[in-house]
Design a protein around this ligand. Sequence first.
Ligand SMILES: Nc1ncnc2c1ncn2[C@@H]1O[C@H](COP(=O)(O)OP(=O)(O)OP(=O)(O)O)[C@@H](O)[C@H]1O
Length: 377
Amino acid sequence: MSVTEADVRAALARVVDPSGGADVVSSGMLGAVSISGGEVRVVLEVDPAKGRAMEPVARAAEAAIAALPGVTRASAMLTAHSDSPSAPPPNLRGTGHGHAHGHSHGPAGGPGEPLRQAAKPQSGPIEGVDRILAIGSGKGGVGKSTVSANLAVALAAEGRRVGLLDADVYGPSQPRMLGISGRPSSPDGQTILPLRNHGVTLMSIGLLTPEDKATIWRGPMLMGALQQMLRQVAWGRLDVLIVDLPPGTGDVQLTLSQKAEVTGAVVVSTPQDIALLDAKKALDMFEKTGTKVVGMIENMSTFVCPCCGEETQIFGHGGAKAEAERIGAPFLGEIPLDIDVRLSGDAGVPVVAAKPQSPQALRFREIARKLIGAGYA
Ligand SMILES: Nc1ncnc2c1ncn2[C@@H]1O[C@H](COP(=O)(O)OP(=O)(O)OP(=O)(O)O)[C@@H](O)[C@H]1O
């Protein structure tokens, strides 16, 4: 007998959060429930301040699900969510004001209608997109977006047709990094025309929300927005679509693995122990969602003094490589902590485009070639 969502909910209604006294279901903590054969995955949305304290509740939830007949594997992931009331769902309204410092893609139309749900498949391959490469990190600020942008530009420079989907709902930074502003247009009200710069086709949640406004997303809204960005964007023919994920583990990662066929994931970490501990969680999460980790990148690896050339290992060195070896994933390379990487990213021209012959740009090109050579990009 196969397990149903109702069975899972009933089991979780008996798991009590000792800190709040309520059970997982009535407290509103239960987010996405995914059932595939005997495998059950659930997301628990928790107050970020309580994060670690909720681990035992997640384990108890797993045990309760695992005890159900027909369940072969159970996993509960914690995701940080605000308790604030939900913001309205994104209104993917095309205004045709997209602007790239390079050039934008698609005709600029007048104000469009709110986007209608297109009658397209909601899972499986995305038309015209050969591969999807997810870029994740266990914690924020390790340079995942910087790496995604430079990798995208490097892959384009190697002759690949590249798309970049900025799914970092908590801090979309790709429009700034790729020098793209304004809103994408949707002349037919069904399909969004993405913008393009430095040879990369971009769609970002940041192009749909004001840059200076914090966005609070609840699970279902998030999933709807991700779904639209995957399937209602006119990506054209792509060799690879890079997805810049939010830091950590949670709904977006789970939704992506359910709604699209992800070819592989790359995990970015700094060499600090704490970042590596978090990177391990990201690796574990990809494993749980059945996504193959195709490589690790160590960012902010060493600092080369621009004055004297002396190399300093500010955050230590080599931890990501050791972790990659431990899990049997390829180590793709190290990116130094470098002022040009930051300045060019902030200026909307990733270092691979701004200084193509610099050692940092060449590192990204080398990583791009490794991914192409292995068939992942
Ligand atoms: N190798 C590097 N050298 C110098 N600065 C870097 C490097 N990598 C990233 N940075 C800088 O560190 C900051 C954080 O980088 P970024 O936004 O790419 O991180 P992230 O992991 O995507 O963070 P978020 O949590 O916001 O998603 C940015 O100011 C970026 O310019």
